[in-house]
Design a protein around this ligand. Sequence first.
Ligand SMILES: C[S@@+](CC[C@H](N)C(=O)[O-])C[C@H]1O[C@@H](n2cnc3c(N)ncnc32)[C@H](O)[C@@H]1O
Length: 383
Amino acid sequence: MVREPLSSRAGAPAIDGRVGRAVLVENTAEQFTRFAKERVQQVSPTYAVVAQHVAETPWLLELAAVRRLSRLPELFLASVQFLARQTDDALRPLFEKGITAYRSPGAVTAEFDRFCRGRGPEIGRLVAERAVQTNEPARSIGVLRGLNRAARKLPGRRVHLVELGASAGLQLLPDYYSFELRRPGGHQVVPPQRFLSGLSAPVFTAEVIGPDAGSWMPGPVRIASRRGIDLDPLNCRLAADRLWVESFVWPEQLHRRTMLRRAMDLAAELPVGLRRLDAVAALEQIARQADDVLVVLHSHMIKQLPPGSRAELEELFGRLVAAGKVIRVAVEASAEGKEQPAVGLRSRSAEVSVWTTDGVERVAQLDSHGTWIRPVLSEDEKQ
Ligand SMILES: C[S@@+](CC[C@H](N)C(=O)[O-])C[C@H]1O[C@@H](n2cnc3c(N)ncnc32)[C@H](O)[C@@H]1O
């Protein structure tokens, strides 16, 4: 498969003279420290040790600092995980069993160093050429919320779904997933609306919080067609692509990995059309050819676009939504900071927004791994 080098790809600013190598390496050290202390400390002790080690080790920083990228630690560690597991290296247990597989943190870092010294060029190439492609199906609870809200404007509530930046297409299947919703009044299980015989549906557990927590339940969604667009679509029938998707899961997240595998098993069997295209170029063309109103979803994608493409996409969405050709559903990073004190979890949050000819509504906030959701109901939904 031919992969376009990221130096020419959207969202990958080149390292130029103004920034300078030293500043880039210094920023990379800060990113790894923040990742270790704020992002993974409570959920992955293994990555907390490894990321802090990278932050304090000059030659590893040189290896990682290939480009400016907000999620560089995620991409670097996914690249190491991918290569170690693909080649069944002795480092493999680090990602499958975590630090408990080692005598001491020193033994972990020694093994990590050995691998990175030996495989430096391959690691560097992956970091330079690939994108962060975390395809987290648990965040489909937010997608479902957005699609329910969008569907009320559609004939027969039938959704013709297109996802921009679809990765392996796992956000296109919310009707095949089960959700366990936890709230102060008790737990409910939302069963999948569709099944594939012989395959278990993944079950995603989300804490439901906020003033509307008690009165919200996701409704059924009728997905009449589904398509995904990505610069580098991942095929769940290919072992290498599945491993790449899995490599964004952190070592201690065994349950997350199990559910991800179930979602990938479904995607491998379903006719989810994924196409290798640029989102901005594709949207114009798809909308022009469509007979039906399209629901166009993008989730955790917008920040990967360079500013020019982002502006172009906004302008295009503005026109297509105003013309009634598209309903836009976005699940994208929230401007409101990272922490959600109500659940006591430190996590990045995203907002679910829906644009129709009536304007834009913010319909939920959720954590980027779907562990909690704060629905925001509009007046008509409260009645
Ligand atoms: C972080 S992943 C998100 C995957 C999925 N939407 C989700 O929320 O689970 C972002 C995806 O956007 C894709 N992407 C980035 N820029 C793109 C562009 N200009 N056109 C199409 N896809 C793009 C990347 O290749 C990657 O697969």
